[in-house]
Design a protein around this ligand. Structure first.
Ligand SMILES: Nc1nc2c(ncn2[C@@H]2O[C@H](COP(=O)(O)OP(=O)(O)OP(=O)(O)O)[C@@H](O)[C@H]2O)c(=O)[nH]1
Length: 321
């Protein structure tokens, strides 16, 4: 996961170390010990000039990896701020400081004000969650995974098959429901999705169920019918939480889609799917900073258990070990 991003960051650490050491070597102010670690004869203070070119290269590489521009700028700016003026005695210090500066910059980017556990604490019964996103991102699979996640927490979910648009969508979610032992509320293909969602909420109320998971249709985010359809479902069932499901592999597109859904419908959090196949990590790094909403989970495969809670510290650990 995020292999390419990990390589880019590691490469940047090495380049910064080399760049800071190089000038001192040229000036003959360096001793090299047996293990090849440079010790500076006099303590060296890192200057802007030492690292500017390398940070610029890093910014370009991040952009190539589909990290959003504002995020790439923020990362390099934070690293610069943290490094310039730092006093170093040997090259390993630079390595250590740069690694820390990058870790801190990425943690800062990934942190949002909202706490995922607080957000998903089921405080009301039934707790109604609406899932939105373009087609093929993995919404249906993710809903099945989350149904299992809630069941493991001792909660009883019900699913609304409100994707009445795509051929096979109702059958697909019904199959998941059968496998998991979760009731799926459905109408005919082509029927009103808001009515399906409404029935599912009523079912949950009458059967004392805890969570309603509403699957919705995909299509392009620019399709106004889709946005109107989502807005209608929202009006009718007044969900407690709206989750945007995005495909990590689509990088910046996922970020743009999230922005659009947030503007038109309003979202509370994000689930990124297919993170298992994503080497670039652009969407994972950028999405919550750009829209100001947290990533809740990462989808990491096609099985029901392939869903992990998103923790900024965990991501940073993946990137730097
Ligand atoms: N590798 C991997 N594949 C996934 C993941 N999540 C979903 N998929 C696969 O992605 C494909 C699309 O998933 P669906 O759940 O059908 O997508 P959808 O968003 O409901 O599709 P629409 O109904 O067209 O909107 C399926 O083949 C899933 O198995 C994931 O986290 N990792």
């Amino acid at each position: 996961m995020f292999e390419s991003l990990k390589n880019k960051l590691n490469k940047a650490v090495k380049k910064i170390t080399k760049s800071v050491s190089k000038k001192e070597i040229e000036k003959g102010k360096v001793e090299e010990n047996k293990s090849g670690i440079f010790s500076f004869i006099k303590e060296k203070t890192i200057s802007e000039d030492d690292i500017e070119d390398v940070l610029w290269e890093l910014q370009l590489e991040l952009l190539e990896g589909d990290v959003a521009l504002e995020v790439a700028e923020k990362i390099t700016e934070s690293v610069k701020k943290e490094l310039v003026g730092k006093k170093v005695k040997r090259s390993t210090d630079i390595d250590k400081y740069t690694r820390n500066a990058l870790k801190n910059a990425i943690l800062e980017i990934l942190k949002t004000d909202s706490n995922v556990e607080d957000l998903l604490k089921i405080k009301k019964k039934p707790f109604v969650i609406l899932f939105v996103g373009v087609n093929g991102t993995g919404k249906t699979t993710t809903i099945a995974k989350l149904a299992k996640y809630f069941m493991e927490k001792g909660l009883v979910p019900v699913i609304a098959a409100a994707d009445t648009f795509r051929a096979g969508a109702i059958e697909q979610i019904t199959k998941h429901g059968e496998k998991l032992g979760v009731k799926v509320i459905k109408h005919k293909k082509g029927s009103d999705p808001a009515a399906v969602a409404y029935d599912a909420v009523n079912h949950a109320k009458s059967k004392n169920k805890d969570v309603v998971l509403i699957d919705t249709a995909g299509r392009m985010q620019t399709n106004m019918n889709l946005m109107e359809e989502m807005a209608k479902i929202k009006r009718v069932v007044n969900p407690d939480f709206i989750i945007f499901v995005g495909d990590a592999l689509t990088g910046n597109d996922a970020v743009e889609q999230a922005k659009m859904f947030d503007e038109k419908i309003g979202i509370d959090g994000v689930i990124l799917t297919k993170a298992d196949a994503d080497t670039r990590g652009g969407a994972a790094i950028s999405i919550s900073y750009v829209i100001g909403k947290p990533i809740l989970f990462l989808g990491i495969g096609q099985n029901y258990d392939d869903l992990i809670e998103f923790k900024p510290e965990w991501v940073v650990k993946q990137l730097f070990t």
